[in-house]
Design a protein around this ligand. Structure first.
Ligand code: ATP
Length: 460
């Protein structure tokens, strides 16, 4: 391991421990020994997640007259997954080390050991591994044959014959409601349908904290276009919008890069696919995907359901099956991006301050309110009044525990942009001290002007 890799590894470990200690992200079911790398979001993590989802909805639904939202179910008709090809083909290649029994995603371990991308070539991967490659865990070189394993989670439903699947992506729920949306809403091509929701994939190896988990959330848009339209500028525009969104949650431009899937690896229906990757401490990994999927989905669902899924262009009196651009992103990966980008250690005199430099919109708590002293009822009451006057507009926290310096540090650690302190002067002059997370500057502000002060800074 190089020194730089070691530093990045340490950073990741620090972040995982920090997330647990500060109430952002906990290992799920810890009291029962955990469950296969799953996680729950604690109080600050849940706020962070909700903020990121709201920012996305605002940018891509609320502020766009060409995109509508929807919210479909997790359990969907099994035929849908036959039509999309998931039942047959949503597989990952797995391989086991016979000596230590560790299971790997075959293409990942081959890439790690040889640098070669052999995804999809099961026989080739088997030969390469069995040709003497050593297990990174135990050094053994006895491998099983590489086999495909379905990523679909199966369950059953009363009154339904055969298996039901937990959706492996949210997109399917959008396509099956294409007709309902075009019939009920006044949408005109080009238009999009957006959805946020859970997806489930039985990943062979869940790893890298919340980067690869088996139950996660996606934010997807199906953007329908006229088949003959010049799609390239629209595609470019979506890429830019994805970058803009990454920057708005705190990613730095130098930590983002794009990866275009080579033509020979694209599905037969796709004209182009580009991932936007983020430089996590464990290396670059996919954050957003953007694919031109042609008319594959609507045509397939039409075929298997027997229901025409077309668009009628009244202005030109023509009927057609639209093509679709699919911008997609994982909420959990965005959360990890926001956390990695915000995590900062600063030396102040001889102390190290951990500060989460979240953009204001992302920060779980926007304002913390403190009475200078806990045992002075007049200060506590006044601070409560200030808290009450701010809480309906902003997520606030009241804290009267410990000295002011400690309280500032606690808020820095969770990324709270502003702290408000009520002291003895406040009782006479009706003003408070507002302290800024990033500059640590303190300003006296009149209580009656506080809402306006924060609106100028937080509601932009
Ligand atoms: P990967 O190559 O990393 O497995 P993918 O190409 O299979 O990802 P998509 O099918 O394009 O991913 O899914 C859309 C988005 O959902 C991804 O860009 C990613 O942000 C998110 N995502 C996919 N799988 C997971 C997972 N196991 N855990 C968390 N997020 C995920």
């Amino acid at each position: 391991m190089t020194t730089e890799q070691k530093q990045q590894d340490d950073k990741m470990q620090k972040i995982v421990a920090f997330c647990k200690r500060k109430g952002f992200i906990f290992p799920a079911c810890e009291i029962y020994g955990g469950l296969a790398n799953s996680y729950s979001y604690g109080p600050y993590g849940a706020e962070l997640k909700s903020n990121i989802k709201k920012m996305w909805w605002k940018k891509f639904v609320q502020e766009r007259s060409d995109i509508v939202g929807m919210d479909g179910p997790i359990l969907l008709a099994t035929k849908l997954w036959e039509a999309s090809g998931h039942t047959e083909g949503f597989n990952d290649a797995m391989v086991d080390c016979k000596k230590c029994k560790k299971r790997y995603r075959a293409d990942h371990v081959v890439k790690e050991l040889t640098g070669k991308d052999m995804e999809g070539d099961l026989a080739g991967m088997t030969n390469t591994l069995q040709g003497g490659l050593k297990c990174p865990e135990c050094g053994g070189s006895d491998w099983t044959e590489v086999k495909n394993m379905s990523q679909m989670f199966k369950t059953e439903m009363n009154a339904v014959e055969g298996p039901i699947y937990l959706r492996p992506e949210t997109a399917g729920a959008i396509f099956v409601d294409f007709k309902n949306i075009t019939d009920s809403m006044r949408v005109k091509v080009p238009f999009g349908i957006a959805q946020i929701g859970k997806a489930f994939r039985n990943e062979i190896v869940a790893r890298n904290f919340i980067f690869r988990i088996r139950e996660f959330e996606q934010m997807e848009i199906e953007y329908f276009i006229e088949p003959e339209t010049k799609w390239e500028p629209l595609f470019e525009d979506w890429l830019d919008k994805q970058t803009e969104f990454a920057l708005s949650i705190g990613a730095k431009p130098e930590d983002l890069r794009r990866y275009e899937h080579p033509k020979e690896k694209l599905s037969h229906y796709s004209k182009k696919t580009i991932d936007t990757e983020y430089n996590f401490p464990f290396g670059f990994g996919e954050l957003f995907g953007l694919a031109h999927r042609g008319d594959f989905d609507l045509t397939q669902h039409s075929k298997l359901s027997g229901v025409k899924l077309e668009y009628f262009d009244a202005a030109n009196n023509k009927r057609y099956t639209p093509h679709v651009l699919e911008p997609t992103v994982g909420v959990d990966r965005l959360i990890l991006t926001a956390i990695c980008a915000a995590y900062t250690e600063e030396k102040i005199e001889d102390e190290t301050r951990v500060v989460m430099k979240f953009p204001y919109g992302v920060a779980p708590i926007k304002i913390a309110v403190f009475p200078l002293l806990k045992n002075k009822p007049e200060l506590v009451n006044k601070a409560r009044e200030v808290f009450d006057s701010l809480k309906s507009r902003y997520m606030c926290e009241f804290d009267d525990n410990g000295n002011i310096g400690k309280r500032y540090r606690r808020q820095d650690e969770i990324g709270t942009p502003f702290c408000v302190t009520v002291d003895f002067d406040s009782l006479e002059k009706d003003d408070v001290t507002v302290r800024d997370r990033d500059t640590m500057e303190q300003t006296r502000i009149r209580i009656e002007g506080l809402n306006g002060y924060f609106q100028d800074r937080l509601d932009r």
